[in-house]
Design a protein around this ligand. Sequence first.
Ligand SMILES: N[C@@H](CCC(=O)N[C@@H](CS)C(=O)NCC(=O)O)C(=O)O
Length: 254
Amino acid sequence: MKTFSAIALAMTMAFAAQACTSAPPAAEAQVAQTQPTPKIVIYHAEGRRSERVVWLCEELGLPYELKFRRGDVAGSFEDIFAVNPGMRVAPTVFYNDELLVESGAILEVILDRNGNGRLVPPVNSADYGLHLKFMHFAEGTLASDVIADYRVARATDGKAPRGEKETDGQRAMRFAEDHLAKYPWFGGSEFTAADIMMVFPISYAIRMNVADPAKYPRIAAWQQKVEARPAFKRMLAIARPDGRVAPPPSLTLP
Ligand SMILES: N[C@@H](CCC(=O)N[C@@H](CS)C(=O)NCC(=O)O)C(=O)O
């Protein structure tokens, strides 16, 4: 099985070398004090939700091993099936010997055990409720509604929905846009793991033409901010080195 290890990449790519060692020393020391550094193995497919776990580890400066077949999404999924036959899904993650699925839950496990308070607002703050809302909204509402819109369109005329009546996915995008009128980040005043969760369904909605980007200028500005983060760029270089591989086709614009 051909695999790619973030650690191996870090040895050969100058910027990746920075990637795996770029957390502030103080933060790394804190992680070491709270929990022993785990062995995290991320089963990944390029352009898929497993990028969230890579990005989180990069933000936290946690070491991880990344397994995927470069340029071969179907092959990457075969490797996932071999270790997780009950649920062939990306991300599939081993945290030491625990097999984890469901990206939001995986992020929460890592944050609870090794985050040392980073990327989550204090539990008693007003931001905490916002953060948790969008941690769950990302998959529970936005991703499911946007993907349902996409599938309905693909099963019918293949056209981007651009009628006056909002689709469920567009309604969810508007809800996110309205939130950003009041707060700079999905978790309130600071960048949190909720922002990591929101990137996939938002970029899917825009890329697949489910939603018209002109209607969501705050989302567009937020996307620029998150994509400018050094940890996001490191994630792209490591987990999506050749850009998107085998992306599904976008809906046809009118
Ligand atoms: N809610 C799950 C969704 C995971 C999911 O559906 N992942 C996609 C890739 S983005 C997948 O593995 N699809 C199966 C396939 O393409 O065969 C999560 O957030 O982890």
